[in-house]
Design a binder for this molecule. Structure first.
Ligand code: ZN
Length: 166
């Protein structure tokens, strides 16, 4: 394959990550963002799912796609530890558990996709790069969606009135 075609293919694959990661992040929090439509939560999920990849530019010290794609391993910010910390920061700033969950779910959906493809420092600092079976990506997305649905169902359930004293 000619070098130019290979680069174009790699660029296409890398750029296609942006809408796929955004859509996956939205999917996993959909039960919390619909009925009524909560635009802020939608935008938060999509932004978090996409913007984590800014760490590639920071690590590569370049916004050139080739420089970002030539990193030997993804930055440590592509880890479950970072996802948990970012979620805590979201909670500390907003004081809303739903915001913390949306950040966590969006980031974990992104990490699952990366880890099922090329490998990512999912378990950093324990492992520099972890690759998971491809089937764990859709399974993880389904699990995150289910958890969002449970959170929604629990929050939307009518509060039981306290029993009347006899
Ligand atoms: Zn990524």
């Amino acid at each position: 394959m000619p070098l130019l075609a290979l680069s174009a293919h790699r660029a296409w694959v890398a750029l296609s990550d942006i809408p796929i990661n955004g859509a996956t992040a939205l999917l996993v929090v959909l039960p919390l963002a619909l009925r009524p439509l909560r635009w802020r939560l939608v935008l938060l999920a999509v932004a978090v799912g996409i913007l984590i990849d800014v760490d590639h530019a920071v690590a590569a010290r370049s916004i050139r796609l080739e420089a970002m794609l030539s990193l030997p391993v993804r930055p440590a910010t592509h880890s479950l530890l970072f996802a948990a910390l970012a979620s805590l920061v979201g909670w500390a700033v907003s004081r809303r558990a739903v915001v913390a969950w949306i950040i966590l779910a969006a980031l974990v959906s992104h990490l699952l996709r990366d880890a099922s493809g090329y490998g990512t420092p999912l378990l950093w600092p324990l492992e520099a790069s972890t690759r998971i079976p491809a089937a764990l990506y859709p399974a993880g997305v389904a699990a995150l969606f289910g958890l969002s649905w449970l959170i929604r169902a629990r929050g939307a359930a009518p509060r039981r009135l306290p029993d009347a004293e006899p």
